[in-house]
Design a protein around this ligand. Structure first.
Ligand SMILES: [Zn+2]
Ligand SMILES: [Zn+2]
Length: 251
């Protein structure tokens, strides 16, 4: 009753609209997005790869996807994502990144906490995947940092992206690995301050990013952290690019 009245009052006073599709919100107290957008998020459909969380065909009996069997993404111990990077979830991430709708980040972080509980369990801290300083200046914020702050664990900003390079989003899968390798390093503070450095040793940390595509970025970051002595590097992203499903078998 009180919520209904409050929602009506908010609607009358502020006429809030959905942060993604801009339609009027009927229950603004429930969050920054309309029901259509919220219900449009597609979660990862099992069976998932035990290690990296990719969707995999049901017939593979070792519970690993092709990439993990080939040893790609080897520096990341366990990875999960809150949903599939298409449709509404892609619109949400675009609204967050390119239209600065930062109120979407805490909502996504809640989803990540729910669907990535296994990854967050027992972790000492979350580490956002950094943006290059130039891109950070252009955008004004790092969406990965916004997501990391919603995960209710200490946030260690231990990494920096020291080489500009083209954004991963514009590259074919084959070039992403080479582009990501060597682009990340420990940030100066982690290198110079013994306390910051020491806490990495033996720690369990979770890398946080908005989208995982081939996993090359996360793997590059994880390698830097492992070289710094981190015992277990996991990864949690809001979304994951999923390959188109194979065509149905012919009858
Ligand atoms: Zn909407
Ligand atoms: Zn896998």
């Amino acid at each position: 009753m009180f919520a209904a009245a409050s929602n009506a009052l908010l609607r009358a006073l502020l006429a809030p609209t959905c942060a993604v599709c801009d339609r009027p919100l009927t229950t603004p107290l429930d969050g920054p997005m309309c029901d259509t957008c919220v219900n449009g998020v597609r979660v990862m459909a099992p069976p998932l790869c035990r290690r990296c969380g990719d969707q995999r065909p049901a017939y593979a009996d070792d519970h690993l996807c092709v990439r993990c069997r080939r040893g790609e993404r080897a520096a990341v111990g366990l990875a999960r994502s809150a949903g599939v990077y298409d449709g509404t979830l892609r619109d949400m991430i675009h609204a967050l990144k390119y239209r600065r709708r930062r109120m979407i980040a805490p909502w996504l972080a809640e989803r990540m906490r729910r669907d990535g509980a296994e990854v967050l369990e027992g972790a000492d801290a979350v580490i956002p995947v950094p943006l290059h300083a130039w891109r950070l200046w252009q955008r004004g914020f790092n969406q990965a940092d916004d997501l990391a702050r919603g995960l209710r664990l200490p946030v260690w900003r231990a990494l920096r992206r020291h080489r500009g390079g083209p954004p991963q989003a514009g590259l074919p899968a084959a070039r992403r690995e080479a582009n990501a390798r060597g682009a990340y390093a420990l940030c100066r503070r982690a290198r110079l301050r013994p306390r910051a450095w020491n806490r990495l040793r033996g720690a369990t940390v979770v890398l946080v990013d908005d989208v995982m595509t081939t996993g090359a970025t996360l793997n590059a970051c994880a390698r830097v952290l492992r070289e710094a002595g981190v015992a277990d590097v996991r990864a949690l992203t809001a979304a994951r690019a999923v390959a188109a499903p194979p065509p149905p078998p012919r009858r």
